[in-house]
Design a protein around this ligand. Sequence first.
Ligand code: NAD
Ligand code: IPM
Ligand code: MN
Length: 359
Amino acid sequence: MIRKILLLPGDGIGPEISLQASRLLAACQEAGLDIAVEEALVGGAAYDAHLDPLPPETLQKAKDADAILLGAVGGPKWDTLEDLSKRPEKGLLGLRKHLGLFGNLRPAILYPQLAEASSLKPEIVSGLDIMIVRELTGGIYFGQPRGIEMRDGERVGFNTYVYSESEIERIGRVAFKMARKRGKKLCSVDKANVLEVTILWREVMNRLASEYPDVELSHMYVDNAAMQLVRAPKQFDVIVTGNMFGDILSDAAAMLTGSIGMLPSASLNESGQGMYEPCHGSAPDIAGKNVANPLAMMLSVAMMLRYSLSEPALAERIEAAVGQVLDGGLRTADIASEGMRTVSTDAMGDAVLAAFARG
Ligand code: NAD
Ligand code: IPM
Ligand code: MN
């Protein structure tokens, strides 16, 4: 059965890394994968063409797809748009919300070849393999009421941090099941010493724990978790947390692996449909220069093959190809240690494709 993939390159370095992903998809087709790949506009690119960061035709194509691959959205060009609903980031948030992609998996894995590229000492990060499970369609990102309004003669800005028991429970189940398949340790990160919403979060996680007796559940306040991630990151196996804490902690975890350019992600809904994207943004500072690291995007293709297309062998082949390329000493600037020669986005893509073809 032919599966439909929607590619949404987006803005900044999005199109540059998406090109490498689409070449990789073509190589998968040559290896026998039965897929049809379509492209559509999202983010600033869609705003420029249609005054809408998530045009109805893009949303429809996304709903019809078996899986979606997204580069990145946003950039300074659109940061001053007064109407917040037109900002590129709203295109991404709209896709997540409309498709119900509540389960965000962000694996922070250190390729041993990159131990020197991490900003932490090699012995602190060697062998690192953490899975961050981030709730993606609720919490303070989506809570109502929200806005900026006049109160007592001055403007106030406000957002609402809200989670229902059912929202906590469904992300909790994703995390417990993930822990069960891995090291059987789950750390739930909250701010239950201050915020009622996370008192409820902790309570629901504790209740779920009785259904997963083989998984060891612990709790940590988010401020301590941020500190522990850079102090002794290997204490973690699976981390489960809400939308905003997960956003912040996953960027910190990314740096443990050498660069944010290495971290892929999967965002899944209840029917297993998924959107796959690197955790990084559109990197306006390096956009258009052919220097961005395409590996987070190419590893997102691997996650798509694993989680939405049930093609674990092809996924492993991509991951092995990335390993071989790193073994060979190829580095984009973000993962190069001192004195190492660096290569372009295209050259890194070429090398992964060549290793994939050999594999
Ligand atoms: P960013 O992740 O785009 O960049 C942070 C730093 O990391 C920059 O120095 C950048 O050059 C570097 N970097 C990021 N990806 C890289 C890669 N693949 N290779 C090499 N270096 C890389 O974060 P930011 O600067 O805070 O945000 C820029 C824009 O991206 C904003 O508009 C933001 O809203 C948007 N954003 C989008 C997404 C997304 O689409 N999923 C995620 C985060 C940020
Ligand atoms: C991410 C990004 C997004 C988020 C932004 C661009 C809306 O930072 O995917 O990590 O905050 O979720
Ligand atoms: Mn982020």
